[in-house]
Design a protein. Structure first.
Lengths: 511, 364
């Protein structure tokens, strides 16, 4: 076989499906020793899925993986370690009450718990690559970046020479990122093969040797970092505009419906999820919200519905007579009781929007169970509603009492969207409303949203597919790292412009 | 490529599509039968004929009215307590503190039995004891729920610890303020006025728990509060999204659960024991977890399951006296029963696919 002698891993024709969704579509890729490969792509482009197959979490449906020219089968993370492949996941898998050293040797059965020798070996790895770590420190005392260091050492300790890092810089400060890059460069000099999954273009340019780009589950190509620039990479990432022919009528007279001013939200760990976000949503308008995942979209919608604590700022609902109601500080129940008609289709359909173990009727009740006097539930109205949605939206289910968890993704979403629209909302918020749905169902959803818009509803549409956003929305709000990177007219903006705003706003801001 | 087939695992699991409810119940019944067959093994090992042993168990528990009454007496607290913990389990709040809640209910009922007797009429005294038991058990259940709602403490550990506190309190009462004859370490027997009347030869606790079966069934399936509990059990996030105050609902449900346990405590002291001692709950709080789980939290199925467990327990005592088989054989059979019924849930949800089968499919 014609293999470069430094080629560590070759993947050929890798395909992985999840139900009807093709996450990876016959991908060919190479990972070389002594190189840092950046795996670039939008959300849902299949980066993590592909790497999970390398680290033994998933098995490919089709395709072959070769290591040093020999075909290998990776059936578990343990076997992946056997082949010298280690992955550092986005969410660390450490035991908080154990020390660093204990976490590092955890799960190794061929080794006696000789802590002294472990410590020596850990210190050896540290000095070799420039880590700073105290092996006897407990994990709960550590910062996020220190935990990440432990994860990396854990992988190296198991003798991995092919390292995959899933969005390693997402939780790091700029200084910590620089430290990490230094370590990565040391490992590269040591002849290790390194893959970083990322969508931060400036980091790709800074640290990688080659960039492999995925788009919607397909492999687009690999380029040498030195021969490319952010603009070219963005083009590869978002692709050329596809015409979808979504109808986009104009609503005669838009009026302000929702005003958000200087909204700031901070999570449990003190990270700013939203940073002084301001915008207005109008009646008869679909306001698209674009951004790399984790840029604050989820927090924004949850803050507006009263589910996420707000640190500062104001969210005001404008009534038809022009008076305004402040929503910050109200519970979801209070918001509804004050007559603010708000509907929300959350990202996590079964974990947040619906009750998986109940049928359609039980799920319709989620919005109306408090109705009526007395302690007893009223089942008649939700039953009628469920029957209506079943017929109108062609939900494929044996009956309205069949657990919705057992329905296919598209039908689950029809139940959820159907219920939310049925409440005649004035503000309708959707998060990734068509994720995982087939084309037909997606269009059903687009049409429903446009219908609502023409009824004068203010629609907030958080999406990941820029093609859709550009054709469906009237205006697009671009978020980047919890800040508003801009708010543009969807009829005149191009995909590339949005792509750059999504990825480079922070880099510019930092300079 | 010839090596590929060998690389697929020998057995793998696949999720089944939904089965019709009738098949599911048939599998569950079959699992009970399998458990009873497996239960023969320990009997054979101890040198007894399983058929004879099962015969003795049945005869000793239901063959005569007097045995049947004793069996029902065992089943009453099991059923009542299973009804109590079912809402918690539905909510995925692991209340394993029923033992303590029963004990505290019994303590409160005993207080009025000891010190209010003669001051109020018979029925009024029983009503007061009933209410006192419910309130005390409810508060005992509310404490861990409050901590869970406020600081997200671990309810399993918390409720478990509360059991030992309750038992400690009784031990102190037994040897201290409520001690009857000095040095006896016993609380005096209740006056007749503080005892539950008998209906059809069994104390009227059975009426109370049967009424509770109906009430709890309606509560869980027809009321707004039951709906809230079911939603929280499915997903706390969905509950928050629907505007439910999760902390409040957890506290309210635990109060109800504890209150029913407290009522069971009242039934035990005033219907069966006529006094209070450390072991008043006698493991009922734990056995009832088995009852609730085996009946899939269905109130009516709990009647059947609690009777089966009571028959096993009562019959095993007869077994011990007649055939010199240790009564712990009942525990072994209960264990096998639990094992079989839980594993049958696994087979309802998953099917096993063997390697050679896959190959054949590939050829075909």
């Amino acid at each position: 076989m014609l293999l470069e002698h430094n080629c560590a891993i070759e993947m050929r024709g890798i395909t992985k499906r999840f139900g009807q969704v093709v996450a990876n579509d016959s991908i060919d890729m190479r990972i070389n020793r002594g190189e840092i490969l950046a795996l670039l792509g939008e959300n849902g482009s299949g980066k993590t899925t592909l790497m999970n197959m390398l680290s033994g979490i998933y098995q490919p449906d089709e395709g072959e993986i070769y290591k040093d020219g020999e075909r290998i089968f990776i059936r578990s993370p343990r076997e992946a370690y056997g082949y010298g492949i280690g992955m550092i996941h986005q969410h660390y898998k450490l035991i908080e009450v154990f020390t660093a050293a204990q976490n590092i040797v955890l799960g190794l059965d061929d080794e006696k718990m000789d802590l002294r020798r472990t410590n020596e070996k850990v210190m050896e790895i540290c000095s070799r690559y420039g880590f700073e770590v105290d092996p006897s420190r407990k994990v709960y005392d550590m910062s996020v970046s220190q935990k990440q260091t432990i994860e990396i050492i854990k992988v190296l300790y198991r003798g991995a020479d092919i390292l995959v890092l899933d969005e390693p810089t997402a939780v790091l400060t700029p200084q910590e990122t620089q430290k990490l890059f230094k370590v990565l460069l040391n490992m590269k000099a040591d002849g290790k093969a390194i893959v970083i999954i990322t969508h931060k273009l400036h980091e790709v340019m800074e640290v990688s040797d080659k960039v492999a780009v995925l788009r919607k589950g397909k492999y687009i190509g690999t380029v040498n970092t030195s021969e490319t620039d952010p603009q070219a990479l963005t083009d590869m990432m978002v692709g050329h505009a596809v015409t979808l022919n979504i109808e986009r009528p104009r609503y005669p007279e838009p009026k302000r419906k929702l005003v958000v001013e200087n909204l700031t939200c901070v999570d449990n760990e003190g990270v700013r999820k939203l940073d002084r976000v301001s915008f207005e949503a109008n009646t008869g308008e679909i306001l698209g919200v674009a951004g790399i995942s984790g840029s604050g979209q989820k927090e924004l919608l949850e803050a507006i519905t009263g589910l996420y604590p707000v640190k500062e700022g104001s969210i005001r609902f404008v009534r038809d007579d022009g008076s305004e109601a402040e929503l910050v500080g109200m519970t979801p129940r209070r918001i509804r009781e004050t007559g603010v008609g708000m509907a929300f289709v959350p990202e996590d359909r079964l974990g947040m929007g619906l009750v998986g173990s109940m049928g359609m009727t039980g799920n319709m009740m989620l919005r109306s169970w408090r109705n009526g006097r007395g302690a007893f539930l009223r089942k008649k109205e939700p039953e009628d509603l469920a029957n209506g949605i079943w017929k109108e939206l062609d939900v494929v289910t044996p009956s309205i009492t069949y657990p919705v968890r057992r329905l296919s993704g598209g039908n689950v979403q029809k139940v959820l969207v159907g219920r939310e629209i049925a409440g005649n909302p004035q503000v309708l918020m959707t998060a990734y409303a068509v994720r995982g749905l087939d084309i037909n169902t997606s269009y059903t959803i687009y049409n429903l949203l446009t219908e609502q818009k023409m009824k004068g509803v203010a629609v907030l549409y958080v999406g990941e597919d820029l093609d859709v956003l550009i054709e469906l929305a009237d205006r697009i709000l671009v978020l980047c790292g919890g800040q508003v990177a801009g708010c543009v007219d969807a009829r005149s903006v191009t995909k590339e412009e949005i792509g750059l705003m999504m990825t480079q706003f922070n880099a510019k801001g930092a300079e | 490529m010839s090596g590929t087939e060998n690389r697929t695992p020998l057995i793998r699991l696949a999720k089944r599509s939904e089965m019709p409810p009738r098949t599911i119940w048939a599998i569950r019944v079959a699992s009970i039968i399998v458990a009873l067959i497996l239960g023969c093994i320990p009997m054979i090992l101890t040198g007894n004929s399983p058929i004879e042993a099962y015969g003795v168990i049945l005869k000793g528990s239901v063959s005569r009215p007097i045995y049947l009454k004793q069996t029902i007496k065992i089943a009453i607290p099991l059923l009542g307590c299973a009804l109590a913990i079912a809402p918690c389990f539905k909510m995925r709040f692991w209340n394993i503190g029923a033992e303590g809640q029963i004990t505290m209910g019994a303590v409160a009922a005993t207080y009025f039995a000891l010190f209010w007797v003669g001051k109020v009429p018979h029925v009024a005294l029983l009503a007061i004891m009933f209410l006192a038991g419910a309130v005390a058990g409810g508060i005992w259940g509310l404490i861990p729920a409050y901590f869970k709602a406020r600081w997200n403490t671990n309810e399993t550990l918390f409720t478990l610890m509360m059991n030992y506190i309750a038992i400690g309190i009784v031990a102190w009462l037994q040897g201290g303020p409520w001690e009857g004859r000095k040095g006896s370490q016993l609380i005096p027997m209740f006056n007749d006025a503080a005892r539950l009347p008998q209906v059809f030869g069994v104390h009227c606790g059975w009426i109370i728990v049967l009424v509770l079966v109906v009430i709890m069934h309606i509560y869980m399936t027809r009321t707004k509060q039951g709906y809230e509990i079911a939603v929280i059990g499915d997903s706390v996030n969905t509950a928050r999204y629907a505007g439910m105050n999760v902390g409040w609902i957890i506290m309210r449900t635990m109060f109800i659960s504890g209150a029913i346990c407290g009522i069971v405590g009242f039934i035990i002291v005033s219907g069966a024991n006529f006094t209070l001692y450390k072991g008043v709950a006698n493991g009922v709080g734990f056995t009832s977890i088995t009852v609730a789980w085996l009946s899939q939290l269905n109130s009516f199925a709990m009647i059947v399951i609690s009777m089966i467990l009571a028959i096993l327990e009562k019959g095993a005592n007869t077994l011990q006296t007649r055939m010199q088989v240790p009564a712990s054989i009942a525990d072994i059979i209960t264990g096998i029963l639990l094992f079989c019924m839980l594993s049958c849930e696994f087979f309802i949800n998953y099917s096993l696919i063997f390697r050679h089968k896959v190959k054949e499919e590939a050829k075909a």
